[in-house]
Design a protein around this ligand. Structure first.
Ligand SMILES: Cc1ncc(COP(=O)(O)O)c(C=O)c1O
Length: 300
């Protein structure tokens, strides 16, 4: 990817309670989080200076840490305030916010009971996840070889770094074949999600989406389901098999980064970008923007 590496951007990062210059926000190479995947994170977006669903993201961050067996030593209120401070300090209005928590260096083995839990929050300007022109015509997905694991294999509700290992492998494989992303099946062979976004299908004016029983129930997913239902569109959460792909007319993915992005193809199955998707893209854009100031407020 073009552009400056992320460790060379400028500004400040909130790190364990204080702001440090961007280039000083380091961790030691012998950190448990790096070796054993004991790290959880969030991906959030600010629109017009407001972090969308900030409280929900913080709740998920704290819950993710709990599922990995550690407590982040900051309250939800403190984390919410720290995210706001980071945004303000960086002078950002439309931005991506990345809180990350990890186990430190006191013990270097499977057991890490005494390790300090660190928390950092970085924010940077970030455009649409997929290139805008690609977004309008729909992105192309390949099928991933790896599957989302059985809930008895991993804490699937956690936004944990370790769960992204197979996502990066799958996304790289898809990109090397010219696709934008990969669609992952779950351990049973049912359709699960893309590598960093939830998936939806449309047929006969109804929306179908997999039940999130072994993958992340995205905050955007839940928002978009609400927006669709507000429009009177039926949303059916159920198990979906890959055989059904050829029956669907439209497809889109959702996520904090992806927002609402139409899909034009999944491994040879073609989809249209129809009105339901276009309307939901617009509804989502409206939902994330803080209300425009009223004329009176502007005048006064
Ligand atoms: C694997 C995966 N699924 C789904 C999502 C969508 O989640 P959200 O809408 O909360 O960003 C994400 C993004 O965080 C993700 O990484």
């Amino acid at each position: 990817m073009a552009g400056k590496p992320f460790d060379q951007l400028s500004g400040d990062i909130w790190y364990d309670g204080t702001f440090v210059p961007w280039s000083d926000a380091k961790l030691h190479v012998l950190s448990h989080g790096l070796h054993y995947g004991s790290s959880v994170f969030e991906g959030e977006r600010a629109y017009g200076g407001r972090i969308f669903k900030s409280e929900e993201h913080t709740e998920r961050l704290l819950a993710s840490a709990g599922m990995l067996g550690f407590d982040i030593p900051w309250t939800a209120e403190q984390i919410n305030a720290a995210k706001e401070e980071t945004l303000a300090r960086m002078n950002l209005v439309d931005a991506y916010i990345r809180p990350v928590a990890w186990r430190g260096s006191e013990m270097m083995g499977i057991s890490a009971q005494k390790n300090t839990i660190h928390l950092a929050i970085a924010a940077w300007e970030w455009p649409s996840y997929f290139a805008p022109e690609e977004r309008l015509k729909g992105i192309r997905l390949d099928m991933a070889d790896y599957r989302r694991p059985d809930p008895q294999t991993a804490p699937y509700k956690a936004k944990a770094a370790g769960l992204y290992m197979i996502c990066t492998i799958s996304k790289h494989a898809a990109e090397s074949k010219g696709y934008a992303d990969a669609l992952m099946l779950d351990w049973r062979g049912q359709i699960a999600e893309a590598t960093g976004a939830n998936v939806f299908f449309i047929k006969d004016g109804k929306i179908h989406t997999p039940t999130p029983d072994c993958f992340l129930d995205g905050i955007t997913r839940r928002t978009v389901i609400g927006l669709a239902r507000d429009r009177g569109i039926e949303v059916i959460e159920r198990s979906i098999l890959p055989d059904e792909l050829s029956d669907f007319e439209q497809c889109f993915v959702t996520g904090t980064a992806a927002e609402v992005t139409p899909v034009s193809e999944i491994a040879g199955h073609q989809f249209q970008v129809g009105d339901i998707i276009k309307n939901l893209m617009e509804d989502y854009d409206t939902a994330v923007r803080p209300e425009a100031p009223s004329l009176k407020a502007v005048a006064g």
